[in-house]
Ligand binder design. Structure first.
Ligand code: ISL
Ligand code: CA
Length: 557
């Protein structure tokens, strides 16, 4: 068992550069800002930084619309800054994973500029062009960012496909030239010494041929294109080709962001012998608090659903593939506000959620600010929101007859800007993020929730994360132990054990603001023989009572 890959015992920290640290006072986070905070990350103990896109981009979708894959966004700095950052990371023993966004480019990318210029341009087939059906869009598919997934282009009187914004045209992976261009660009970054890729919506790169219409639910404006774009017919072939041509030649880690990936698919994507990617980001546990019709339709979380879902992933991939573990990223609301309690139990809840996730099998990801328990934000004025997904959805829902208050409620609970307010460094103006005017407003709770406070308090969420990260490196059972759910039917307690040889971890987490009780004498007897490895509230003796949001981990040999 001593042969773990480095990414199996590592903890990843995600930086969203626009919101992490502003080094030059223009209100926008940048590479020099990141460099200035590397000691903080080293103190936390993480091993890998996943950096959201820093490439040249017109920022229609904050860098997920790339104009030049081999240049740095001017607002973030220069290639020289990047090289210094990479060197400074490596000096501290930290690795760097880049965001690889190759399902689409910006419409300002040179390939698209060429492609749209004429039907016989050599770049024409780099993207999906279609004359349309009966004077309308080729399919009825909606885009993830509202509106149709097709945009009509006057110049050549054809439509192009964009699953996201109309400034993010989809690359045509059927073209071998496109694939070779992407591989070449990947080698450019790997040859610089980066340590892997997080692959943006990578299971969307193979589309079902023939452009069929999607099913349309009553009351919906568009049909559902996902059966024809997720996990398409050539996806495994493309990933295996990419692996052969690029990934296999380097000692790197890869994680594919894959909405709609089931556990069966995830095994296919991550089984080492298939040589595709190391792990995937599932969306299933992030969809449990949505009603039919998508993320904006709110539904309270049922803890049993969460237990069943995470248990399914833990069990299915054990010894077959590899899991990634996450609660948060730049697209998701803050977990302590979402599945915890961001008021009277914020600190306990944040530690409980961290414990519940980090004691599982897989590679854990921490999103900037999660380690200090940053919370969701509620801007009353729509003009304070920046995210294209949120703003487009607002307009579309208003036109469909939704009322302002209901739309704002969805934004408060699910909007991506919850994750994108500036990192809270201290209690000075703008949370120490910038000396200028921040590009998006700071969460008003920064005076209470910030890194400076966390570092000064030995009982902070920060140090709890630090301990979890360290334990993963010390204890093989966390990396390899078998997972077993306990007390599946308890509505408020998430309990499980990990087993490796004669070692055992017992993890008990109260997901509610009421005291809870487990009825299990056998478990209690085991707890009495075990030591407390980690807790978020002081324990005096082994007991089956859990206080609000209490989490405790026992270790027994
Ligand atoms: O839920 C979704 C589809 O089922 C969408 O939320 C989508 O999968 C998700 O937003 C994809 O995210 C990634 O690609 C986007 C970018 O805006 C996100 O920030 C990125 O994480 C387009 O590049
Ligand atoms: Ca700046």
């Amino acid at each position: 068992k001593g042969d773990a890959k480095w990414w199996q015992t590592a903890t990843v920290y995600q930086i969203y550069p626009r919101s992490f640290m502003d080094g030059n006072g223009d209100g926008i986070g940048d590479l020099q800002g990141i460099i200035s905070r590397l000691d903080y990350l080293q103190e936390l103990g993480v091993d890998v930084i996943w950096l959201s896109p820093v490439y040249d981009s017109p920022n229609d979708d904050n860098g997920y619309d790339i104009r030049d894959y081999e240049a740095i966004m001017e607002e973030f700095g220069t290639m020289a800054d990047f090289d210094v950052m990479l060197e400074e990371l490596h000096k501290r023993g930290l690795k760097l994973v880049m965001d690889l966004v190759v399902n689409h480019t910006s419409d300002e990318h040179e390939w698209f500029v060429q492609s749209r210029s004429s039907k016989d341009n050599p770049y024409r087939d780099y993207y999906y062009w279609h004359p349309g059906k009966d004077g309308k869009e080729p399919t009825n598919w909606g885009s993830f960012f509202s509106g149709s997934a097709w945009e009509y282009d006057e110049k050549t009187a054809e439509y192009f496909l964009h699953l996201f914004s109309k400034k993010q045209p989809d690359l045509n992976w059927e073209s071998p030239k496109v694939r070779q261009e992407v591989y070449k660009m990947m080698r450019f970054w790997l040859d610089k010494g980066v340590d892997g890729f997080r692959m943006d919506v990578i299971n969307m790169i193979s589309k079902v041929p023939g452009w069929p219409d999607g099913e349309k639910q009553p009351g919906q404006l568009y049909g559902d294109g996902t059966p024809f774009i997720l996990n398409g017919p050539r996806i495994h072939e493309f990933l295996q080709e990419m692996n052969r041509e690029v990934l296999a030649r380097y000692d790197i880690m890869t994680v594919g962001e894959m909405p709609g990936a089931t556990t069966d698919l995830a095994i296919q994507y991550t089984a080492p012998e298939r040589k595709e990617v190391n792990m995937v980001f599932t969306f299933e546990h992030m969809d449990l608090d949505s009603a039919p019709g998508g993320k904006w339709n709110l539904k309270p979380l049922n803890l049993l659903d969460l237990k069943d879902n995470l248990t399914k992933w833990q069990t299915a991939l054990h010894d077959k593939g590899w899991n990634s573990l996450y609660w948060n990223n730049h697209d998701q609301p803050r977990i302590v506000s979402r599945f915890g309690n961001d008021r009277e139990h914020r600190v306990e809840a944040a530690k409980m959620l961290a414990t519940c996730l980090h004691m599982m099998q897989g590679t854990p990801y921490i999103y900037q600010g999660e380690e200090i328990g940053m919370v969701n934000v509620q801007f009353t004025d729509l003009s304070d929101y920046r995210d294209i997904e949120t703003l487009n959805m607002y307009r579309e829902r208003l036109s469909q007859g939704y009322v302002h208050e209901d739309i704002m409620k969805s934004i408060y609970v699910k909007g991506r800007d919850n994750a994108r307010t500036p990192m809270q460094w201290d209690d000075s103006e703008n949370a120490g993020f910038t000396t200028g005017e921040p590009w998006i407003r700071v969460n008003p709770r920064y005076t209470e929730i910030n890194a400076k406070q966390a570092l000064a308090d030995e009982n902070s969420i920060f140090y709890h994360y630090q301990r979890l990260i360290a334990l993963r490196k010390e204890m093989e059972i966390i990396t390899f132990g078998e997972y077993r759910l306990l007390h599946r039917d308890h509505p408020a307690v998430f309990a499980y054990e990990r087993v490796l040889g004669d070692e055992k971890l017992i993890v008990l987490c109260n997901f509610s603001s009421e005291p809870q009780e487990l009825d299990d004498e056998e478990l209690l007897a085991e707890m009495r023989q075990a030591e407390v490895l980690l807790e978020n509230l002081e324990r005096r003796e082994a007991s089956l009572s859990l206080r609000p949001y209490e989490a405790v981990v026992y270790y027994k040999k």
